[in-house]
Ligand binder design. Structure first.
Ligand code: PEP
Length: 256
């Protein structure tokens, strides 16, 4: 973390878990456990149908609500999809774009990630852009190439003045939901690489202001070490965000 230049953001990705009433119950529990966070913003990325209940439950707390996906078009014949404007009107602040599960199971590509990032920004939503390599890519020595291409394509035609709204999450695919965490050094190396790609495109001042999270089996036990890295500005947390005590401990680690 480097609090001088950028915000630390701890975001929970609930994935396809929790009904609206369960969402309210978990947020009520979190509100009771998470005190005033001086140093970090807490974000909960909830399923679409939970958004109204989550926004109501989080209203009197400093917890922002995010969506886990959106369409890049503003409206039209896209049965089953949700637009950025719909999310914005509900009071959503952030939206995850390009999570590896969407890339893997729902044909998300670097190109659609870029379209979604631009629409999110135009609509006033802050994109949390997920990038990360597979184990095969890491082992064959092309991790840097993959991450660089993902970051560059995600930011095509994104004006530098919009960059302060952009959040990146480095999520090595091999670490998501597997219990395998990247070492603090690996996380720092790749978050540093993402910042270097942003620096080359937008300059040093913009690059140092962008929040870059780590995600992949982050938990109460490894959060301190990961967050101690200068280029790791928070976490995108899946499994551990569904347990109030575990998520609270990660938030506390970010507040130290
Ligand atoms: C995620 O879903 O973004 C994630 C990092 O999951 P987990 O923490 O469970 O690995």
């Amino acid at each position: 973390m480097n609090r001088k230049y950028r915000k630390t953001i701890i975001a929970g990705n609930w994935k396809m878990n929790k009904t609206p009433s369960e969402a309210k119950a978990l947020i009520d529990e979190l509100k009771a456990k998470i005190g005033r966070q001086k140093w970090c913003e807490v974000v909960l990325c909830v399923p679409f149908v939970d958004i109204p209940a989550a926004i109501r439950a989080a209203r009197d707390a400093k917890i922002a609500i995010a969506a886990q996906n959106m369409h890049y078009e503003n409206a039209g014949a896209f049965t089953g999809e949700i637009s950025a404007g719909m999310l914005k009107e509900l009071g959503v602040k952030y939206v995850i774009i390009g999570h590896s599960e969407r890339r893997q199971y729902f044909a998300e590509t670097d190109k659609t990630v870029n379209l979604k990032v631009k629409t999110a920004l135009e609509t006033g939503l802050r994109p949390i852009i997920c990038v990360g390599e597979t184990l095969e890519q890491r082992e064959s020595g092309i991790m840097e190439q993959i991450i660089t291409a993902q970051v560059k394509t995600a930011l095509l035609d994104v004006p530098a003045e919009q960059m302060r709204k952009v959040v990146f999450a480095y999520e090595p695919v091999w670490a998501i939901g597997t219990g395998k965490t990247a070492t603090a050094e690996q996380a720092a190396e790749v978050c540093g690489l993402i910042r270097a790609v942003i620096r080359a495109k937008c300059g040093a001042r913009v690059a140092r202001s962008v929040t870059i999270q780590y995600g992949g089996s982050m938990n109460a036990g490894n959060a301190n070490e990961l967050l101690a890295q200068l280029d790791v500005d928070g976490g995108l947390i899946g499994g551990a965000s569904l347990k109030a005590d575990e998520f609270t401990a990660i938030v506390n680690a970010a507040n130290q």
